[in-house]
Design a protein around this ligand. Sequence first.
Ligand code: 4AD
Ligand code: MG
Length: 429
Amino acid sequence: MRWVLIKNLKSHAGEEVEIRGWLYNQRSSGKVRFLILRDGTGLVQCVLTKEEAPGLFDLAGEITQESSLKLTGTVREEPRAPMGVELSVTGIELISRAEPYPITLKDHGVDFLADRRHLWIRSPRQAAILRIRSTVEQACRDFLNSRDFVLADAPIITPNACEGTSTLFEINYHDSRAYLSQSGQLYNEATAMALGRVYCFGPTFRAEKSKTRRHLMEFWMLEAEAAFLDYEDNIKLQEDLVYHLVQTVLERHRDDLRLLKRDISKLEAVSLPFPRLSYTEAVSLLNEKGHSFQWGDDFGAPDETVISESYSSPVFVHRFPAKIKAFYMEPDPKNPEVILGADLIAPEGYGEIIGGSQRISDLSLLERKIKEHNLPVDQFQWYLDLRRFGSVPHSGFGLGIERTVAWICGIEHVRESIPFPRTLYRMHP
Ligand code: 4AD
Ligand code: MG
């Protein structure tokens, strides 16, 4: 018997096939029993009648939620079914009968579900989000590969603070001090001088003290870096990437987006080029909207939400004051108080999804900035070498996967956009 994935059943109408999965739910109307099976690719309703197969009918009634089983049956077109097909069951093989399952089909509180994240991910909604995440990650790679970027993995254990010293996770590395990486950028800058255009994609760590719907302690970041790329090229690369991600999900995940009750028209409204707003213009916009804000302050989540409300595409806010940004950002030659960098703010209040900039390529300026930021210059000598040996203008960015997925899926909190979230008060399971 041919084993078929549920998502592919439609092309097997009329055939007898086998499906393998877990019982999501069942209901019965006396003489007809409906088993809803899930296999990770979708859900399908499987039908048994007492009249046609009394033995199977009784056996099916004893199968508990989340038991694993193989079903054989004939695929029938059923326009009213979500998958467009259902299965007329001819055989059941129970593989493992599940104990009473803690997550029922009624609503549970978030803490209850988070404690059982290893089971919660089986729910159709969570599985849909994780499928979309997988596609987003793949689409990131495909996009950069198609633009001649080389994947060069950055280390997780590092002696350097890339994004300030206040969010470092410190570890003991054989009696010397090391940190979990906040960003692979510094290493990207080195590999870019070796390979031209590079990216890394891995987990990054921030000991964030904030308990918000946008912050995780461990999150995945796609980071690209390219030699000879200037500020403007960098922005274009980012908007093309993000547009590509949205289009790819729209193409491949209509069913998942519908299951998530995502307002698809909001994603369809995303168009190129993305609007660009200087930090100074953004400050005026905030104040015009009655949202009082001082030039020189950093945006908080509510400020980003107000800015995003004016646009249906993600918006770049560029040329932030150097004082509130990382040490490595190139000052704008026209006004060295601001930097040649931008944050990309997602629509609908999802906040910053990308941070990027042109990097300082001048040795003495970079050395001075490292000191001004109270970072240990000796630990950065290897990084300064990149400016000693054939320094070139170069730029790059980092895109947070969880925030991007949360936005595309239209979900409330980033914790649902990663299989096992690490949040301020939770690292279990
Ligand atoms: O703006 P950030 O801090 O930029 C960097 O780390 C640069 N070194 C990247 C680079 O240029 N190579 O972080 C980049 C993105 C943010 O825009 C956000 O999407 C995400 O990473 N991010 C977080 N996502 C979830 N939880 C957190 N605590 C995050 N902190 C940053
Ligand atoms: Mg940032």
